[in-house]
Design a protein around this ligand. Structure first.
Ligand code: GDP
Length: 586
């Protein structure tokens, strides 16, 4: 049997060679063959290491070290006033096994329209009521859930529902999910999904689970496996029953009064509400008017809503809430605490901002980066990319060059980056964050190329930095709103009105400034008031004949196309102008 060596997410070439007990030069040569140029002190990621180890034909298997259980929710000292709180659930599992469908089915099944006030937006958490009890679901779509939960979410999660398609069985990401939940000390139950399919094989699935340490109850173990179908909704109610049953054993409690504390799970700009954060309350009661410090920002809670959009005065533990009133957008995973005054909130936020900028805490994680992708800002359009490079040095210089392309309107968001060849996980990340994968001096293995084509992920490989930058620049330029250029032509004063209908106005006047030509738009003003604007000028006449242009001091007649009867009168002023949209460049 092959020897299993546990390694972390990434390791230096030197460390890897040491673990494999091979000369560094041999490893470097093998990496080169795979298109990765790395020196002894440079880092390679797990996937790259695994491929190279496979090709070296060593009798060794690499396994990712389990996440340390520091991620587990810290147990708090609770007072005897602490009361039961709803459980917080995360769905994890292999891509396409139905996490999103199940989350949708659960939300659809249990939230009634009138209760929710109509859900308008997809938020990263929601709460449902089942058997008169609340359950909170973290709803981070797709692969992002993984990275994000790995970073911070485990702290929030009381139970992971491992979703496995019963027709497909246990897959690599299923194992990754199991490993992660185990490492984080999070309890698990299994939802055997797609049971409606004729290929579904529950026994085979249970067998596979047992082989991987999740021994189902009917195999003598204690893993709850619930057969469900997100499609037919069969088993959903039982799944919710089991979620409550299993989490009941944990006797989940929290303080329901006192200062509120929790974690930000999403933030975005909302057209109507402005800066919005979705936060999960862990302890205490949050009310409108409370002062809070949230990571490096702070504010006074202006509005408090549940994720169904209902206005709340107060919210308690395990509840995902939408808050407004913060000075800046916080980041995923930012902790919030209620404090006594605005001054205290500001000072605490400043301290966090300071420690972040001085690099004292290196919390820049793929998790928060990824989640920021879901942060939709209306002002800033972001172009998401996944960046891979041959060595750390070139990765840094490409990333730095990309940063310099940012403007207030468009920005490059590197959702994930790393040294090494492009792998499946890069494609997952790209696909779930609608990113383009850029590779610099790296190779694209044939099977990854096929996967990319199948999943419609665009992968672009460059070996010259400025060509890569130019490509990104072109993408950014395409995102820029075209510039609207207005050019004044001339102005006239109305001397007579000949006809006004709903659709047309014909009038005449004397040009006082400039020169009027067609095509043109017109703005009609009375003193300072604008009566109408952007009206199309359909004809321009000097006497009875069409005129190509009318100059200052001359009289003319003109027709305007209207949508409603225009209240135009003698002495009104009409300004003529053109408007052009120009494609912009960076
Ligand atoms: P995710 O990647 O785990 O979030 O998976 P999705 O929820 O996006 O589902 C992947 C595909 O499986 C979609 O085409 C779904 O329509 C399909 N799917 C999900 N659940 C079921 C199910 O219970 N039965 C069937 N027949 N298809 C399902």
């Amino acid at each position: 049997m092959a020897q299993v060596i546990e390694v972390g997410e990434s390791m230096t070439v030197g460390e890897l060679a040491g673990l494999l007990q091979i000369p560094v030069s041999k490893l470097i040569a093998e990496l080169l063959k795979n298109g990765v140029m790395a020196t002894v002190n440079e880092k390679v990621d797990f996937d790259t290491a695994q491929i190279v180890v496979g090709e070296l034909e060593l009798d060794v298997e690499l396994a990712k070290k389990e996440q340390e259980s520091v991620l587990a929710r810290p147990k708090r000292e609770l007072s005897d006033k602490a009361e039961a709180r709803p459980p917080v659930i995360a769905m994890m599992g292999h891509i396409d096994h139905g996490k999103t469908s199940l989350l949708d089915a659960i939300r659809g099944a249990e939230t009634t329209k009138d209760e929710s006030g109509g859900i308008t937006q997809h938020l990263s958490a929601y709460q449902i009521k089942h058997n008169d009890r609340y359950i909170t679901f973290l709803d981070t779509p797709g692969h992002e859930a993984f990275a994000a939960l790995r970073e911070h979410g485990a702290r929030l999660t009381d139970l992971a529902v491992i979703v496995v398609a019963a027709d497909d069985g246990v897959k690599p990401q299923t194992l990754e999910a199991i490993r992660f939940a185990k490492g984080a000390g999070v309890k698990m139950i299994v939802a055997a999904n797609k049971m409606d399919k004729s290929e579904a094989d529950l026994n085979r699935l249970k067998q596979q689970l047992a082989e991987h340490g999740l021994n189902p109850e009917d195999y003598g173990g204690d893993t709850v496996v619930v057969p469900v179908s997100a499609k037919t909704k069969e088993g959903i109610s039982e799944l919710l029953d089991m979620i409550l049953l299993v989490t009941d054993l944990e006797e989940l409690k929290a303080e329901h009064s006192g200062r509120a504390e929790g974690l930000v799970i999403e933030s975005h700009m909302d057209k109507g509400l402005g800066r919005v954060a979705v936060a999960l309350i862990e302890q205490g009661a949050l009310r409108t008017g409370n002062f809070v410090q949230v990571g490096a920002t702070y504010g006074k809670i202006r509005t408090l809503q549940n994720t169904g959009g209902e206005i709340l005065e107060k919210a308690g533990p395990s509840m995902p809430v939408i808050i407004t009133g913060l000075k800046n957008l916080p980041e995923f995973g930012d902790e919030f605490v209620e404090v006594a005054s605005e001054k205290e909130a500001r000072e605490r936020a400043l301290r966090v901002a300071h420690s972040r900028s001085s690099g004292a805490t290196t919390t820049a994680t793929t998790g928060s980066e990824l989640l920021r992708v879901i942060s939709r800002t209306h002002e800033l359009t972001e172009f998401n990319i996944v960046l891979k490079a041959d060595v750390q040095g070139s990765l840094t210089s490409v990333a730095d060059s990309l940063k310099s392309l940012d403007t207030e309107e468009v920005a490059v968001r590197v959702v994930s980056s790393g040294v090494g060849i492009i792998n499946e996980s890069d494609l997952h990340t790209a696909s779930s964050s609608r990113a383009i994968v850029y590779g610099f001096n790296v190779s694209l293995p044939a099977h990854i190329k096929r996967l990319a084509a199948r999943d419609n992920v665009s992968v672009r490989i460059f070996s010259v930095i400025y060509e890569l930058i130019d490509d990104v620049k072109r993408e950014l330029e395409a995102l820029l709103r075209p510039e609207v250029v207005e050019t004044d032509l001339g102005k006239l004063i109305v001397k007579g009105v000949f006809k006004t209908t709903k659709t047309e106005t014909i009038a005449g006047g004397e040009v006082t400034v400039g020169k009027i030509t067609l095509p043109a738009l017109a703005r009609v003003k009375r003193d300072k008031e604008i009566l109408a604007e952007d009206l199309e000028v359909t004809s321009l006449k000097k006497g009875p004949t069409d005129a190509p242009e009318v100059n200052s001091g001359e009289m003319c007649g003109f027709s305007l196309k209207t949508e409603a009867r225009l209240n135009i009168a003698e002495n009104d002023r009409v300004e003529f102008y053109t408007r052009q949209t120009k494609i912009r460049t960076l």
